[in-house]
Design a binder for this molecule. Sequence first.
Ligand code: NAP
Length: 488
Amino acid sequence: MVSRVIPVDQFDLVIFGGTGDLARRKILPGLFRRFCAGQMLPEARIIGAARSDLDTHGYREMIREAIAEFGELSAIDPEQVDQFLQLLSFVKVDALGDEGWAELQSLMGGTGRIEAYYFSVGPSLFGDIAERLQKWGMADADARIVVEKPFGRDLETARALNQTLATYFNEDQIYRIDHYLGKETVQNLMAVRFGNMLFEPLWNSQYVDHIQITVAETVGVGGRGEYYDKSGAMRDMVQNHLMQLLCLIAMEPPSQFSPDAVRDEKLKVIRALDPVLPHHIVRGQYQAEPCNEPENPGYRTEVGNPRSRTESFVALRVEISNWRWAGTPFYLRTGKRMSERASEIRVVFKDTPHSIFGEEAGRHRNVLSIRLQPNEGITLGVTIKEPGPGGMRLIDVPLDMSFAETLDPDDIEHVDAYERLIMDVIRGNQTLFMRGDEVEAAWRWTDPIIEGWQARNDVPKPYETGSDGPTDANELLRREGRSWRKET
Ligand code: NAP
């Protein structure tokens, strides 16, 4: 493979919560892969920070195991692991006390390198860490902080968090992560939309019948039950991930691919969203299969709350009130314990105005499918003549742009969303991160939906595990003569 990797400048990265699940599963294995790709110089420093009773040696061994388990590399070179581990150190720090801060300060102060602080801890600690970074002289003007989701649980808490962080850091120092934005296909979506003349003239309500965005998981809430039951699919997935995908699909072309130009356009989309009518929303909660309860528990058993009214599934019909999209519905759905794991956007174009082949030839619509997972890729369904004798019959065939098949596999470097985003933090590029006003606007739209459920005492509709969600979600489209597309 010809390496196109440009090393980033020297940096020091402190990972608060460096012993946690996210750090071990995503952040450190991702940094290791960037190290192997030659993207960081050998003098980079990565400092794990948490309350655990560890020293640097113990921390390195913990991360060695994490790389072996989550490294997602076909072969792991132990020598490279050893070299990478040399970049790591550990400081025992309490985000709520004074322990460890002086040591951290002595490591970080005045090195002249890029300083980044990753808040991979529960959101209740974000303010305390920001405050202590300032108190201990580490919140200087070019320091960067990376903040994990969830960013608030409603407008009020998001606004309060924004204000707290703004006390210590400028907006251009704050990197709010939504890892969906770091996915290869999401960026490819922008390349397809804004790098080709072909699609943009058709990208509006005159030619697009509707758009579907699906993020379906086969897993249940697992070990996150306590958190999830206070959150639900609307807060956990729609307000952030699905909203970001909707913005990228619907936004106007930014004047350039720069952080504020892109984020200004995304914000305009969120502000143009209509309030969602109650009959345009379906909430669901997965149920156990009665004969298979212990292996396949229902939602309420998994979260340990037999009366829970939290949704593990939601489908919505959304409209955007602007010139480009007025009259084109966007259908969003996300759920757990669904029949398949799939994150996909489908742009369904309108019928041709008239069929010259007659109705018996059949009619097909062009569908542009953008798959985020699994098998990232973009497919355009086009109508052709069915080969062979017997008259003119039309069929739908995919023009497939799966990266793995179209491009030379040896020439593709697969970069996980987290590794891309962390390197963007070091490069100082905020394009793929959410701005504070975007997050607040998303909550401003989401809050009345959730408040409406609470006011109506809404009970989610049960759905079977391994299904496509409650049947009402199909009805949402069926009554408008449409249907959710099945996996191609
Ligand atoms: P986790 O496994 O519970 O880890 C929490 C980390 O915070 C641990 O390293 C813990 O270490 C540290 N910590 C807790 N209290 C502390 C304190 N007072 N001072 C210093 N460190 C403290 O959580 P996680 O799953 O990694 O999630 C971290 C953040 O990422 C959360 O905001 C979560 O919502 C977000 N997130 C996680 C995932 C994921 O896949 N896990 C995905 C998306 C977003 P000690 O106990 O040793 O202090």
